[in-house]
Design a protein around this ligand. Structure first.
Ligand SMILES: Cc1cc2nc3c(=O)[nH]c(=O)nc-3n(C[C@H](O)[C@H](O)[C@H](O)COP(=O)(O)OP(=O)(O)OC[C@H]3O[C@@H](n4cnc5c(N)ncnc54)[C@H](O)[C@@H]3O)c2cc1C
Length: 384
């Protein structure tokens, strides 16, 4: 049974929602209520993601989000008691043209300036590092040994369990259907299981965040975009230290998943929308290109495949903000396909915004909602 009142209601039980609930509860905020429409937490973008965590971004704010968030993942098991299968095989961005190589050189210089020891590898060094791949067309690569992988479901369950221990109330199977705003202030939410009065509501609805914002009369430009993943059966011959490889110009990626390979490719012609059925024609094209780049895959059995939704903003950066109109409406959404890794930091920053009136672990002014109306965008180039 839902409580009739709360201090903070969080809409969405993906990584953003549970991280926000945990960080609020840890700071002593007692009446935190999280509402998730599915029967399980983490069933949408978070549970469907590839689990990659990296420092290799092209903007200072994204690199700084990683510098705040990834060490939180390193401390995660000690802090919450939940294992998250953290591994650091490194990220290798394969580059097949001089223009991309020049851009990644600039990105690596920025990363180095901020303390991330990424490097540009010459084509011969790339061949030595990943001899299983076809690399005739590769002119270089960006490499950072300190990038890696973590288990998204572990992170969701760890934060949710820890938040519950600190008295946060988490409800699944409850859909938020309305948000009450009076005199420019948030007053509460209407749900499929009853109403809750609250002065603060957090929109952590991922790909649905635009729809949820509209319930409060707020325009939030987040586009849902289908993205697909295929996982192979065990594939002997792939070394344990095989990195997270991204064929950048093809938006094609691979990493080890169990004894097999997980591969994804973004369809550049995907139509925005909430369709999450697998597009088999795209799977065929994806696998053709995957086998061309990684010929060993010709011998692989297909274990499973799925589609999930990216939550894309016009500049591929999230919105982390507390609005003044309506006051009490907070947004932590729009991570544009690389948000799992920033979930720990985002929840911490949200708790600071709500409890202290400003985020102090990182200046998130650039991530305010009004940047879209002001035309003050900050564009991320390293989007897969
Ligand atoms: C195929 C794929 C691969 C990806 N790979 C990576 C990767 O390697 N690394 C990385 O960092 N990121 C990756 N991402 C992106 C990452 O998954 C997302 O950025 C992140 O999980 C977003 O988390 P979220 O909590 O905002 O959204 P979600 O996990 O989608 O959570 C939002 C929740 O809100 C709920 N909800 C919506 N509306 C309502 C409502 N009205 N009432 C109640 N509940 C509601 C939804 O059911 C959902 O559970 C990938 C995404 C996809 C799809």
């Amino acid at each position: 049974m839902l409580p009739p009142t709360a201090d903070v209601v969080i809409i969405g039980g993906g990584v953003m929602g549970v991280s926000t609930a945990y960080h609020l509860a840890r700071r002593g905020c007692r009446r935190v209520v999280l509402l998730e429409k599915h029967p399980f937490l983490g069933a949408e973008a978070t549970g469907k993601c590839a689990g990659g965590i990296r420092y290799q971004f092209s903007t200072e704010i994204n690199i700084r989000l990683s510098q705040l968030s990834l060490p939180m993942l390193e401390r995660f098991e000690a802090e919450t008691g939940q294992a998250i299968d953290l591994r650091w095989p490194g990220y290798l961005f394969l580059l097949d043209n001089a223009a991309d190589l020049a851009i990644f050189r600039r990105n690596v210089a920025l990363q180095n300036r901020l303390g991330v020891p990424s490097v540009i590898l010459a084509a011969d060094d790339v061949r030595a590092r990943v001899p299983l791949l076809r690399l005739d067309d590769i002119v270089g690569a960006a490499w950072h040994a300190g990038d890696g992988l973590a288990d998204p479901n572990g992170v969701v369950q760890g934060y949710a369990a820890a938040a519950r221990c600190l008295d946060a109330a988490i409800f699944t199977g409850v859909t938020v259907t309305g948000i009450t705003v009076r005199a420019g202030r948030i007053r509460g939410v209407q749900t499929s299981a009853g109403d809750i009065a609250a002065a603060a509501v957090v929109n952590a609805a991922g790909p649905w965040a635009g729809q949820v914002a509209a319930l409060a009369g707020v325009e939030l430009p987040i586009t849902p975009l289908r993205r697909q993943i295929v996982v192979t059966a065990p594939l002997p011959g792939v070394p344990d230290d095989f990195p997270f490889v991204i064929d950048f110009s093809r938006s094609l990626y691979f990493h080890r998943e169990g004894r097999g390979i997980l591969t994804g490719q973004s369809n550049p012609h995907e139509t925005p929308g909430f369709d999450q059925s697998v597009d088999h024609a795209w799977t065929e094209r994806h696998l053709e290109q995957a086998m061309w780049r990684f010929p060993l895959l010709e011998r692989a059995g297909l274990l499973r495949q799925w589609a999930g939704l990216y939550e894309v903003t016009p500049d591929a950066h999230p919105v982390i903000d507390g609005l003044t109109d309506p006051a009490g409406f907070y947004i932590v959404a729009g991570f544009s396909g690389h948000g799992f890794m920033h979930g720990p930091a985002a929840g911490l920053l949200m708790a600071e915004l709500i409890l202290d009136g400003a985020a102090h672990s990182l200046d998130v002014h650039q991530l305010r909602l009004s940047r879209f109306a002001e035309g003050d965008l900050v564009r991320e180039h390293n989007v897969v």
